[in-house]
Design a protein around this ligand. Structure first.
Ligand code: SAM
Length: 275
């Protein structure tokens, strides 16, 4: 692949998704796009770059972008945010009128483990939620992972990563060597496509937002833009969770760390008071 082809594909992917492909990602680009090249009967990445220059290639550009996403996820990933959520949900429920729903957004949800982890917490809470429903919306830029999240079927390997046996037995049933999430959890969660670079106002406002392990793939201006857009969708007493390697510090003052809670962020007090 020529440097020009690499630069063209990298710029296209960045403009569509925010994903930053530095020259050291050349090998990754080659390996992730091999099957797409075969499917499209293209000789190499230079031929792909030529094809992508055609304005009618939007579906191909989408497929290229999707192939370059990293979709790794696991149940109760990093632990801490979920411990905090267990304490935060009852407080949020108390602050809401009877009959209202608590809205939780798993932005960049990949195959759904994060959304279903939240659903398990909510399902196990019972009376602590004082009758408030929990509505979980998982979104991602990639259609294939969303389809898997909607199916709610996980391999033995996937459930072994982070899901305690007690919860596996309670919330999943075994089916031909794989594990199907219960109807109760499925009813709490829905999965839609949403690009974090798009207009996030269409999503409505949320009590809780998880946006974890995706900002690491963006450059600082893109992180700032996405964090600002997420802050705008958070209710005044809401909470945003980021991944272990992510922070708002040095990127935006529209969110501040929740004191003593790693990975949890909230609106600054002055904003929350007027929100
Ligand atoms: C590493 S996974 C993180 C999954 C989950 N949040 C977790 O922490 O386990 C990152 C996800 O971000 C998605 N993604 C990348 N760019 C995106 C964008 N611009 N908008 C929405 N999702 C995006 C990818 O498709 C991928 O599924």
């Amino acid at each position: 692949m020529t440097p020009e082809s690499f630069d063209f594909i990298a710029a296209l992917v960045k403009s569509r998704s925010g994903l930053l492909l530095t020259p050291d990602k050349r090998y990754m680009l080659e390996s992730r796009l091999t099957s797409l090249l075969m499917r499209e009967a293209l000789a190499d990445l230079n031929a792909l770059a030529v094809r992508l220059r055609d304005p009618r290639s939007a579906p191909l550009a989408e497929a290229v972008t999707e192939a370059l996403t990293t979709n790794e996820s696991s149940f109760f990933r990093d632990g801490k945010p979920f411990d905090h959520l267990r304490r935060a949900l009852p407080k949020l429920a108390t602050a809401r009128p009877a009959g209202s729903a608590l809205r939780v957004w798993s932005a960049a949800c990949s195959t759904g483990q994060e959304a279903y982890s939240v659903a398990m917490i909510a399902a196990e809470m019972g009376a602590e939620l004082q009758g408030r429903r929990v509505e979980i919306i998982g979104t991602d830029i990639a259609g294939e992972v969303l389809a898997r999240a909607r199916d709610g079927i996980f391999t033995q390997f996937e459930v072994q990563r982070g899901l305690p046996v007690r919860q596996l037995v309670r919330h999943f049933t075994q089916e031909q060597g794989r594990w199907r999430v219960s109807a109760e959890l499925k009813a709490m969660a829905r999965f839609d496509r949403c690009n974090l670079l798009g207009d996030l106002r269409v999503m409505g406002r949320f009590d809780v937002i998880f946006c974890r392990n995706v900002l690491i793939y963006f450059d600082p201006p893109t992180k700032t833009r996405v964090l600002g857009a997420l802050a705008a969708q958070l209710v005044p007493d809401g909470v945003l969770y980021l991944g272990g390697a992510e922070t708002v510090l040095g990127l935006t003052d529209r969110l501040v760390p929740v004191p003593g809670e790693r990975g949890a962020y909230e609106l600054p007090r002055a904003v929350a008071a007027t929100g």
